[in-house]
Write a protein that binds this ligand. Structure first.
Ligand code: ADP
Ligand code: MG
Length: 385
């Protein structure tokens, strides 16, 4: 299925059934390295995918919003009252963002909206942040206002916390709003400041492999991991993970106890790996970057325990293709327990690597994966109508 922005815009307009007043687009993201540390004052290195959620909307003279999304149940929600969590579940991401704008003092005009997407859902590529950021951008268009990118990302993060009950860090919404072509969004999650890092070498390609599995554990697993890191930091007795060294973790190993000691080792190791990855990228030391990606995966599998057999298999296949076949590095990406892996490789070999990954993964699991290349792309924006 073609997933270009132009195609999505036509599909959204067609689904709306009339000429839209406003069209907003926001991308999903993939994280190259720096996993499960955006809520630990760490560094993360995602980029905005060239896959988007697009919302087309028409103003109405009502005090309601009618929300339709391809393949999902429709809902009409009131804009006259404060937002509450409701059914169908997917509308909560929009309700949360509307709530954020209402709390800023804006009166949202009535509208009908139609949503289409090329971001695989529940695949660790942050379709939820794309939906929130597309909604926020749509509301900016309907209201004729513009929030700062940071304000918008934080409003969307709050929507995910309060309306989807996912205590996510700042990575997903920052990547979706700040994304630019040929740039990684390196985020210092302690200061909440993104730095745009060039990523334009045409010889490098990024492969995203959606395992098409989503293990139920993910529902509580994320919040439990977050709690482990909070416990770890409090036992170590520092104000921020950025002040914690590996020897601090080793000294307190028994007091931290299992699994908090291993969770802590992941956090400290991953913060260091991500900083080192930024330096390796700046020096075009891709072999080092690849080694760091593999080390990140091992740590997420063994210490943070958020991987699963299917993610491990996909990374294993990439490892076996190896440098001889053009693979530079691979790891799971996103929250884990299923979802996707990210593989850095030589562009010239990308097609054959993807073919091997598809074939071997399907043979071993009987599951058809979804594997594609993506380059860093533009963040959330209004599309000219
Ligand atoms: P991820 O963010 O990794 O894709 P989440 O579980 O956080 O996974 O978010 C997926 C949820 O986001 C879906 O269950 C659905 O509620 C919502 N969502 C994603 N894409 C769409 C869409 N195109 N239309 C409506 N809701 C969507
Ligand atoms: Mg999500």
């Amino acid at each position: 299925m073609p997933h270009t922005l132009t195609t999505l815009v036509s599909q959204a307009s067609a689904g709306l059934g009339c000429t839209p007043d406003v069209i907003a687009a926001a991308p999903g993201r993939v994280n190259l390295i720096g996993e499960h540390i955006d809520y630990c004052d760490g560094f993360v290195m995602p980029f905005a995918l060239d896959r988007n959620i697009v919302i087309a909307a028409k103003r109405t003279n009502s005090e309601t919003a009618t929300l339709r999304s391809a393949g999902m149940p429709t809902a009409t929600i009131s804009l006259a009252a404060p937002q509450v969590i409701g059914e169908p579940t997917w509308t909560n991401y929009l309700r949360g963002v509307i709530d954020g704008f209402q709390k800023l003092g804006y009166t949202i005009p009535g509208f009908d909206a139609y949503i289409v997407s090329s971001v695989p859902g529940g695949a660790g590529l942050s379709s939820s942040a794309a939906l929130e950021c597309a909604t926020a951008t749509l509301l900016e268009g309907l209201l004729g206002v513009a929030l700062t990118k940071k304000q918008k990302a934080l409003l969307c993060q709050k929507a995910e916390h309060n309306f989807a009950h996912v205590p996510c860090g700042i990575m997903d919404q920052f990547a979706s709003t700040f994304g630019e072509e040929n740039r990684l969004v390196m985020i210092d999650c302690q200061t909440g400041e993104p730095t745009m890092v060039p990523f334009e070498n045409p010889d490098l390609a990024v492969i995203i492999a959606n395992t098409n599995v989503h293990h139920q554990l993910s529902d509580g697993g994320y919040a439990i991991r977050r709690k482990h890191t909070e416990d770890g930091l409090s036992i170590i007795g520092k104000a921020s993970w950025r002040d914690v060294s590996m020897s601090d973790v080793e000294e307190k190993w028994d007091m931290l106890g299992d699994p908090v000691n291993r969770r802590s080792r992941h956090v400290v190791g991953e913060i260091a790996r991500t900083q080192e990855a930024a330096a390796a990228l700046a020096a075009s030391d891709f072999a080092r970057l690849g080694t760091l990606m593999y080390a990140s995966h091992d740590s997420l599998r063994d210490d943070f325990e958020v991987s699963c057999a299917e993610l491990d298999l996909m990374v294993h296949i990439a490892t076996e293709i190896g440098t001889a076949g053009g693979v530079i590095g691979a790891r799971m990406t996103g929250g884990g327990f299923g979802g996707s892996t990210v593989t850095l490789c030589e562009s010239a070999q990308a097609e054959s690597i993807m073919a091997t990954m598809r074939q071997r993964y399907e043979t071993e699991t009987q599951i058809v994966p979804q594997i594609f290349c993506s380059r860093p792309s533009r963040g959330a924006h209004l599309v000219n109508v």
